[in-house]
Design a protein around this ligand. Structure first.
Ligand SMILES: [Fe+2]
Length: 163
């Protein structure tokens, strides 16, 4: 489908995020399995549940637009997840791998934060009021997850990894 308007571009980014969230949901169990620090495992488990909600929120946005929820391949998230897998397999266990998992997970969060920020700005321009609320809810969760990961890294994991 050709992208001719901001509305089309909004739809494209929405599909991109729908794909991204689904890929994130698929990748989280592997990260949870490899995480050794209790707080990190818990944070990733919580975020897996949040990601399920986020996918439902995106489905609601598609629904509001009278569209069937459908993803479009997002090479950015595929690359970030691929890199995370590489780091997890290359770093031997322990706190160093946990530090790597946090770094990778934060790259995911930051990608999602930038995409939701853009979608919200466009939704405001396009008068998609109901969509804004749902997208804001997802954005708030991504920001909170990112902050939680920073706290775990700086409070626990980085010290152990550096020791
Ligand atoms: Fe997400």
């Amino acid at each position: 489908m050709a992208i001719k308007s901001l509305d089309d571009l909004f739809t494209h980014f929405l599909k991109d995020m729908y794909y991204a969230e689904k890929q994130v949901l698929k990748s989280l169990p592997g990260m949870i399995r490899k995480a050794e620090t209790k707080e990190l495992r818990q944070a990733l488990e919580d975020h897996r549940d949040e990601t399920e909600q986020q996918i439902e929120n995106l489905e609601k946005v598609f629904d509001q637009m009278g569209m069937r929820a459908r993803g479009v391949t997002c090479q950015a998230i595929d690359g970030i997840i691929e890199e995370a897998k590489e780091i997890m397999s290359e770093v031997e266990g322990g706190a160093t791998r946990d530090a790597g998992i946090i770094g990778s997970a934060q790259a995911v969060e930051h990608y999602e934060i930038t995409r939701y920020g853009t979608l919200i700005a466009w939704a405001e321009k396009l008068g998609k009021k109901d969509a804004i609320q749902l997208l804001e809810a997802n954005l708030a969760q991504e920001k909170a997850a990112d902050a939680k990961l920073t706290k775990i890294a700086e409070g626990v994991v980085n010290d152990m990894a550096a020791a």
